[in-house]
Design a protein around this ligand. Sequence first.
Ligand code: SF4
Ligand code: SF4
Length: 387
Amino acid sequence: MAEVELPVGAKATLIRDGLQALIEALAARGYQVLGPTLRDGAIVYGEVAGLADLPAGWTDQQDAGRYRLERRADDALFGYAVGPHSWKRYLHPPIERMWQAQRTEHGFTVTVAEEAPSKFAFLGMRACELHAIAIQDRVFVGGPYPDAGYQRRRQDNFLVAVNCGEAGGTCFCVSMNTGPKAESGFDLALTELLDGGPHRFLVEVGSEAGGALLAVLPHHTASAEDSAAADAVVARTAGRMGRTLDTDGLKELLQGNPTHRRWDDVAKRCLTCANCTMVCPTCFCTTVEDHSDLAGQTAERVRRWDSCFTLDFSYIHGGSVRTQGSSRYRQWITHKLASWIDQFGTSGCVGCGRCITWCPVGIDITEEAAAIRASSGDSKETGHGRS
Ligand code: SF4
Ligand code: SF4
């Protein structure tokens, strides 16, 4: 029987073995399949060849400055929230060579790194992560000067979302309207059903490519019961968010409080370590470094992730603009939750909670924003300017 492509919006049920077939089908089509794996006591993204690579039976317990893996009572393959990695490490890698120069007899030649287009298949994307990629798309390719490397890495992706069955202790996607259900931007979206029946997935088709791939996998049309069970999974997760953030008037609130006392308070706790920006799926700032070898034969320029928490980041001739921790934290949260909207039309935060979990001293973006709201206008008497 000829395989019939399933239309966008179609729903089907896939048993556990069908997920193995999905991974194999993606690999057979030339995709590098990346998904959740267990490593170093965390769930991080890496190459996935089959179900055995997924974190079956594991979940994560998260709170401010705290992350622990724990065994689950079942064999859920996606029974966790999010780990320290985000997909930006593939689309916007931590270090990228821009060009390399080689000394020659008559001077030097420059070669520009031209990687082959990547065929990434991301398995297990959360709704907040789809939103984060949509935000980075606007940053990197939405303007008049698209980033060639990002464009190349982003152009041929196959995105398999998984609707969240667990809310992390630091998640607040409901507040940001970014989850826990994947609404768009995916090729296929799965909901893992662990209701005592067979271990299975409700699959929703999000694109033509998704419909074509699902057609070759062992599946059957979703029953009304399975669809209802998937809806119940998402509704239960939405009701269990670890955090909330009141976004009402938040942009005006933060932009209207540049000299609030809270910035000094947070600076007493903040180590300016930049962890929050490294784990954030939308932070995109970089710096550029030039390296040469000791023999003076080759030189290269690399771009690497940087952070508004470093002193160097705001260095211009004569010194840094943001010399104090208070001004660096204020810069980060105000950009993320306020001026990002002026710049790109959306908040820069998708409520994934990573910056809270991976902050070594447990500084919580939702708590800091709430503190400013609770005492708006409480400025330092003298105000040290805006440094
Ligand atoms: S808020 Fe936390 S993670 Fe971010 S720079 Fe300060 S100490 Fe580091
Ligand atoms: S600011 Fe924090 S909660 Fe928001 S997207 Fe970044 S890491 Fe996630």
